[in-house]
Design a protein around this ligand. Structure first.
Ligand code: URA
Length: 424
């Protein structure tokens, strides 16, 4: 077997065997296969696809490329949640303590920002003192005591994905359903939970631009989960506009706290309740409607917020000190009208460019900067009414570039449907 034969086989639409996939992936992890050879194979996969069996095999090889998390010392039901990435997506910060407030355990490893999308770990680090690196023992102890913990990846989990993802990011080979499904599922399977809900974002701010491609991805991830006896449910949610109002790390923590108090934006609250209800319903074998009512009750009686405070304190954070830039620029609308569309990808890029994310791997984040969007698709606004606020250190940003992200028209516009589908 050699890598050139494997590349040629995929180029000619052949079906790779487990051994061939293992040879290529592990050879790449072990530095026996070069970047340019792996890039070529990845591009052949992007163009010619993979069968379900090939995708299962690729997931298995990636899953076994490193360590797995052992959660056997955690008592009770353990659940996990994943998002394919969006703009203003702070659902984990709300969902983890909310679900934990019901007595369900959530032991979560999260990532940093990627491209135009933010990352949970960066958001948590905007709270002064918050530790994202815990030892295995501290992590397990906290989950048993508090009910939830969110940490950055410490162990050598799925090293194949780490290397392949970095290569895909710079070779135009991210947008392939088998590659995305195996990348996400290998990490979820290595993280040990039994019930997994995946928020598959759809729209101009997401990886999946169409409902059709998002549905294919969801079905494939559910099939992979079944192979390993894991219950996977996918929620397709709208990413044609940012989720909630706030984009930027500290700002997103502030909005999460408001949501835990029951005062959050409707779309964010609805998505959190939808994802959480699925987890609670499967954990306690009750209907999603019953689960939703119990979750709403825990927001109303303050238990969810209490759990959030306990979780932040347990990881060393001071909830009184959340990074927030004190220079605020108000951006007004140039005309009357309804918002027809929002270029969500571009807004994510703008937030990144003012310091909310990294342009290079080692860039420092400015946790206090970001945007607060006052109006969403379907909303009406008057000329000179505030469209958004920019929290930034200097005012050297193009206001035009930001307002161009919003298409304003005279005719009435329907609001976007947030929950597009739930696939089980
Ligand atoms: N998220 C992942 O973890 N992997 C992908 O390939 C895409 C999104």
């Amino acid at each position: 077997m050699n890598i050139i034969e494997i590349i040629e086989k995929k180029k000619n639409r052949g079906i790779l065997t487990y051994e061939e996939i293992e040879y290529a992936v592990m050879g790449y992890v072990n530095k026996e296969i070069e970047d340019y050879q792996m890039s070529s194979l990845l591009m052949a996969i992007v163009l010619n696809g993979m069968t379900n069996q090939e995708t299962f095999d690729l997931t298995d090889v990636m899953l076994n490329s490193g360590e797995k998390i052992d959660l056997s010392d955690i008592e009770g039901i353990i659940v996990d949640k994943h998002s394919t990435g969006g703009v203003g997506d702070k659902t984990t910060l709300i969902l983890a303590p909310l679900v934990a407030s019901m007595g369900i355990k959530i032991a979560k490893m999260s990532g940093r920002g990627l491209g135009h999308t933010g990352g949970t770990i960066d958001k948590l680090e905007s709270i002064e003192g918050f530790k994202v690196n815990l030892t295995d023992k501290e992590f397990i102890e906290q989950v048993n005591k508090v009910g939830c913990s969110v940490i950055s990846q410490t162990k050598n989990i799925v090293p194949a994905d780490k290397k392949l993802y970095a290569l895909r990011d710079v070779t135009g080979t991210v947008d392939s359903i088998p590659l995305i499904a195996s990348s996400i599922m290998s990490k979820k399977l290595a993280s040990g939970a039994d019930i997994i809900v995946i928020d598959v974002k759809v729209g101009n701010g997401a990886l999946m631009k169409t409902i059709d491609s998002a549905t294919k991805l969801a079905n494939l991830m559910i099939k992979i989960g079944k192979k390993y006896d894991k219950e996977v449910v996918c929620v397709l949610s709208n990413m044609e506009e940012p989720l909630g109002k706030n984009i930027g790390n500290g700002l997103e923590v502030i909005e999460s706290i408001e949501t835990l108090k029951g005062k959050g934006p409707k779309d964010l609250t609805t998505l959190v309740l939808t994802l959480s209800s699925i987890l609670v319903s499967l954990s306690f074998n009750i209907t999603e409607e019953e689960a939703r009512l119990k979750l709403i009750e825990n927001i109303k009686n303050g238990k969810a917020l209490e759990k959030f405070n306990e979780f932040v304190k347990a990881q060393g954070g001071n909830i009184e000190k959340i990074a927030l830039c004190d220079n605020v620029v108000s951006v007004k609308s140039a005309k009357d009208g309804f918002i027809k569309s929002i270029d969500t990808y571009k807004l994510g890029e703008i937030a990144r460019s003012i310091g909310a994310g990294r342009l290079n791997k080692d860039d420092e984040i400015d946790y206090g900067v970001g945007l607060v969007i006052n109006k969403k698709v379907g909303d009406y606004l008057f000329e000179n009414e505030e469209l958004l606020k920019i929290y930034c250190k200097d005012t050297d940003i193009s206001i035009n570039e930001i307002t161009e992200c919003f298409e304003i028209v005279d005719e009435k516009v329907e609001k976007n449907k947030l929950i597009i589908d739930i696939i089980k």
